[in-house]
Design a protein around this ligand. Structure first.
Ligand SMILES: Cc1ncc(COP(=O)(O)O)c(C=O)c1O
Length: 413
């Protein structure tokens, strides 16, 4: 690392610390460029990216087909608003419908915005038959649905809500994967259930087999909407194009964002027959929704996510990483549980190491590996869906070295 590069990094970091509102805390890395499964910082140091910008760059950085699609669209038109139709977003809507239970699509810019639209849609759906006090939306402990006031209220984790009261009314929270609690919480006032088929931020918790089926039955019996948040677990990440397919159910609404744009901002709400005609002209909107640049990239991302080769690779590499972690655990007794679906994996630390996922992450960064936490005690792996055997092997080698360095540091402190 040259003296000049190191100085440039320090200057950018210092400027970031000074000029950003401090809602994220301070970063210690300045990323300069990316290619495929790798990123490089301003000092030229290389990292394998097993975080994918929180399940966004599923097909790696600067995917050549996506760059081509983006350049083609850039040469045509960037923005018109939804006062006019554009072909590219319409093609994307068609493709989303053809690949799912959906009949119609609404585009926006982020996961929170897609969930906000789902919440509004559920309320509008219920407004035809129910008084406002009977329009409750049921969500689950450990969930994460976004940071707007309504989505943070749907997010049944107090740490995201504290200080932002008064929170909007009409939400009820229930224990995840507990059928008895679900049945007890489900009364006539519930007009919709919103859940992640695999919870991400809450610790990488897949829905137990049959849980979504039971929710579907209760929604049907109560004329309520089943809404799945596939912002993190969708787009092939679970080994299926949509994670709700694992339980063989059809939801009424699905929200998407993150990997749909592989790095360009986009959100989408896909509505099935029961929900497709609820939002009528003037009821909802978004200036940038359906931006053609994002949609041009998303068309490629969706085509690749559906591809059998992609989904086979997700299953194969997910299995390899899990086996690797199990092997390391047999030797070092690190984990309470290794869980997840496909390439959405969480390794929960033993009680002895509880709260140390962040420290492990720091050692991984030093060893050229970027990964995430899901809460203080879960090390989270969200690799690109196109990662190959050799890159997984190098990444796991770096992970092991990082773990040994962390254990050695612990032993001496
Ligand atoms: C399941 C889920 N829903 C919604 C969101 C919010 O998405 P965004 O940050 O794009 O608003 C996230 C973000 O992590 C998420 O994981």
């Amino acid at each position: 690392m040259s003296e000049a590069n190191s100085q440039a990094t320090s200057t950018v970091l210092e400027s970031g610390h000074q000029s950003y509102i401090q809602n994220y805390g301070n970063a210690s890395l300045v990323i300069d460029r990316g290619e495929g499964c790798r990123l490089w910082d301003m000092n030229g140091k290389e990292y394998i990216d097993l975080g994918t910008g929180i399940s966004v760059t599923n097909f790696g950085h600067r995917h050549p087909e996506m760059e081509k699609a983006l350049q083609e669209q850039m040469g045509k038109v960037w923005h018109t608003s939804n006062l006019y139709y554009l072909e590219t977003p319409i093609r994307l809507a068609e493709q989303l419908i053809a690949s799912s239970f959906g009949e119609r699509v609404f585009f926006c810019n982020s996961g929170a915005e897609a969930n906000e639209a789902a919440i509004k849609l559920a309320r509008k759906f219920a407004s035809a038959t129910r008084a406002p006090e009977n329009r409750t939306i049921l969500t689950f402990e450990g969930s994460f649905h976004g940071r707007t006031l309504a989505t943070v209220t749907a997010t049944a984790q107090p740490k995201y809500q504290e200080g932002f009261e008064p929170l909007p009314a009409g939400f009820r929270h229930c224990e995840f994967n507990n059928v008895a609690a679900l049945e007890a919480a489900f009364d006539d006032s519930v007009c919709a259930v919103l859940l992640e088929p695999v919870q991400g931020e809450g610790g990488v918790n897949p829905a137990h087999p049959g849980f979504l089926k039971r929710i579907r039955e209760l929604c049907d019996a109560n004329d309520a909407l089943l809404m799945v948040d596939e912002v993190q677990c969708g787009m092939g990440r679970s080994g299926h194009l949509w994670a709700h397919e694992i339980d063989g159910i059809k939801p009424d609404v699905m929200t998407l964002a993150k990997a749909l744009g592989n790095g360009l901002p986009i959100g989408a709400l896909v509505a099935g027959p029961k929900a497709a005609d609820v939002l009528q002209p003037g009821s909802h909107g978004s200036t940038f929704g359906g931006n053609p640049l994002s949609c041009a990239v998303a068309l490629t991302a969706l085509r690749l996510a559906k591809d059998d080769d992609t989904l086979d690779n997700v299953a194969r590499q997910g299995h390899t990483i899990t086996s690797y972690l199990e092997g390391l655990d047999r030797e070092l007794s690190l984990f309470k549980e290794i869980r997840g679906r496909g390439l959405m994996l969480g390794a929960e630390l033993n009680d002895e190491y509880a709260g140390e996922a962040g420290a492990i992450g720091k050692h991984c960064t030093e060893h050229g590996l970027l990964l995430l936490q899901a809460g203080p005690s879960v090390v989270r792996f969200l690799p690109p869906l196109v990662i190959d055997e050799a890159t997984v092997a190098t990444a796991m080698d770096r992970f092991e070295k990082a773990i040994r360095a962390w254990l050695a540091e612990r032993a001496t402190s």
